[in-house]
Design a protein around this ligand. Structure first.
Ligand SMILES: C[S@@+](CC[C@H](N)C(=O)[O-])C[C@H]1O[C@@H](n2cnc3c(N)ncnc32)[C@H](O)[C@@H]1O
Length: 282
């Protein structure tokens, strides 16, 4: 691995001033207080900050990451990645809204590769995740990564520098998803790969079997851990932490509007409404 002393790979200080190493760590780069706001609209920033506060509080509740559900989600992604070697995250990877960078688990870390997590909540995610995640994602978490604080809407990286951009369960948290995707296209090399995982809503009139009331109820009572989680969610984490909700059609539209080609979508969990969208940069 290259030893970057002046910033993470492809960092372009001219693009976003006001970054500084946090406590001298060589892998955590934070915006300082004077950094220019990524999103000029104060109303939008206010709604984003409110949702983000709610979400960060949720991440601090270890009970929300119970063993059964963590293992279930892991198995879902693992079987998707393993079904085809071309699906592996390869080379220079930028994980926008990457949180703890858990998806390093499926990164093929070759010699010239790097994994950069870019997230506005990076200070929070520099603290190790709860034990259930640590155990389940032990392989990935042991792999090197740079953590950079910032918005996906305003990436401080050079044009055409990454092989892969991943946006995993994060686009619905971003203030301006379309701008995030335009930025993703800018920093990806021509032909580079965009990989999105996103919880999706049903299209109008579409019936999703796993979301019917009876199916949901059955799921909740199927395990004490799940029941406990749902009750905690109701009691302590009321309110939606997402700024946006997408149908699969809307998601594909955003991807193609940002200039990506060969967009391809698969619903990897019809029960929970989780989709993967892959596309190529022009
Ligand atoms: C549900 S978490 C997903 C974390 C990680 N991708 C994973 O799957 O484990 C959503 C993430 O989006 C991040 N986020 C919120 N607003 C963002 C923005 N404008 N740009 C980039 N990331 C954002 C949050 O800080 C959070 O880490």
């Amino acid at each position: 691995m290259t030893d970057f002393v002046e910033g993470p790979p492809y960092f372009d200080a001219a693009r976003a001033g006001g970054y500084a190493w946090q406590d001298g760590t060589p892998w955590l780069l934070c915006r300082d207080g004077e950094a220019r706001p990524a999103l000029a609209d104060p109303h939008l920033m206010k709604s984003w900050a409110e949702k983000q506060r709610r979400f960060i509080r949720w991440t601090r509740d270890a009970a929300m990451f119970n063993t059964a559900e963590v293992a279930q989600n892991y198995a879902l992604y693992d079987s998707w990645f393993r079904a085809d070697p071309r699906r592996q995250l390869k080379g220079r990877v930028l994980d926008i809204g990457g949180g703890w960078g858990l998806f390093r688990e499926w990164w093929n870390a070759d010699e010239d590769g790097c994994f950069v997590v870019h997230d506005p909540g990076v200070e929070r995610f520099a603290v190790p995740p709860p034990e259930t995640l640590r155990l389940q994602f032990a392989v990935g978490l042991a792999r090197p990564a740079w953590f950079v604080e910032g918005f996906g809407e305003d990436l401080p990286y050079r044009n055409s520098s990454y092989d892969t951009v991943a946006v995993i369960s994060a686009l619905d948290h971003c203030a301006l998803p379309s701008r995030v995707l335009v930025e993703a296209a800018r920093v990806l090399r021509p032909g580079g790969r965009l990989f999105i995982v996103q919880g999706i809503d049903a299209e109008e009139g579409e019936k999703v079997p796993g979301r019917r009331f009876a199916a949901r109820l059955l799921r909740v009572v199927s395990s004490p851990q799940r029941l406990h989680r749902v009750l905690r969610q109701r009691l302590f984490h009321r309110g939606d932490p997402h700024l946006h909700h997408f149908t699969l059609g809307k998601l594909l539209e955003l991807v193609t509007d940002a200039g990506f080609v060969e967009a391809n979508a698969s619903v990897i969990s019809p029960q929970f409404g989780v989709a993967v969208v892959e596309a190529r940069n022009r």
